[in-house]
Design a protein around this ligand. Sequence first.
Ligand SMILES: *Cc1c(COP(=O)(O)O)cnc(C)c1O
Length: 398
Amino acid sequence: MADYFKTIPNDEGFFGDYGGSYIPPELQEEMNRITDAYYSISKSHQFISELRSIRKHFQGRPTPVYFAKTLSDEYGGRIYLKREDLNHTGAHKLNHCMGEALLAKYMGKKKLIAETGAGQHGVALATAAAYFGLECEIHMGEVDIAKEHPNVVRMEILGAKVVPVSHGLKTLKEAVDSAFQAYLKDPVTAIYCIGSVVGPHPFPMMVRDFQRVVGIEAREQFHDMTGELPDNLVACVGGGSNAMGLFSGFIEEPGVSIYGIEPLGRSFKPGDHAATMTYGKPGVIHGFKCYLLQDEKGEPAPVYSIASGLDYPGVGPEHSMLKDQNRVIYDSIGDEECLDAFFALSKKEGIIPALESAHAVAYALKLAKEKPRQSILVNLSGRGDKDIDFVVENYGIR
Ligand SMILES: *Cc1c(COP(=O)(O)O)cnc(C)c1O
């Protein structure tokens, strides 16, 4: 796998059998333009040095790797956390939003368009738009607008326009449709900024590349701390961007075991979870091919997780490939185990994790019991401030 990043994805955007671009011709033209711009602009010295400077001075990178000693003493193993919760805006998403927005600026775009579910991607993109002085339009289902009020206010304070979507189930899938329509009306001055390693080519590749900073930093930091590579990596997988960020630093190291963790929600019954890799089969969603939770007609199935950032019926094409290659082991964690880990990390280490990230922590605690002599590096993708009211109102304090 020596040339992994030079050969994957291929020129058509395929990661093995997955990915590609299944979209209308008028959108394909625009995707080709973005792909060409990405290959020329993002490899230029000027772009790279501007992004480096943003990472350092605006985002506050590098984020630390932290040895969770109390947790390790109690559960076994040696558990380390890559602290993406300390990245500006409190999660890893800003890593790719700043990259996408910088590309938009270099392409002469005036406006960023995206959808958001829980509002995390919307807030990160609104932050990037404010930084670059670009307009920002975020499409959001009315159900989500009611549920995620603080993030709606954040986006508006940051100067973004939040467009309510009132058809269908009024959640994420309809928001994507609505944002795509808005983009089709204005593909010259606007650019669509996808929130994870999903969507048509070049987005899964581009978002992965912008997230690689996580893996590059973590590898160097872990080596400085221990003189070794980690034995195990663990990250939660919604679309899969934080996971690809960490994994990409170690994917060519056969000695590193890698675990991607999906939400098992309330149960394994359809509609109760979003464990795409375990229960899905290949299909097409939002312009790309991947493992997909689907009904008999091949339509995306309803999904659920306590962590709204993880409830997507598809998954990044690169993860789909890595599953088939057995390079990454995909497993799942339910709501209850997630909540236990949420409180364990809070009480033992003084770090309140995002519910998404708590899925990875929960799996690491299990792995630590199974492999007490090994090191485990967890991507702590975000902080849990956004989740505290929801957790306490629905589950109390544990
Ligand atoms: C959005 C989000 C995720 C899930 O997205 P990925 O693309 O799978 O990384 C995970 N953690 C946090 C904190 C998030 O906000």
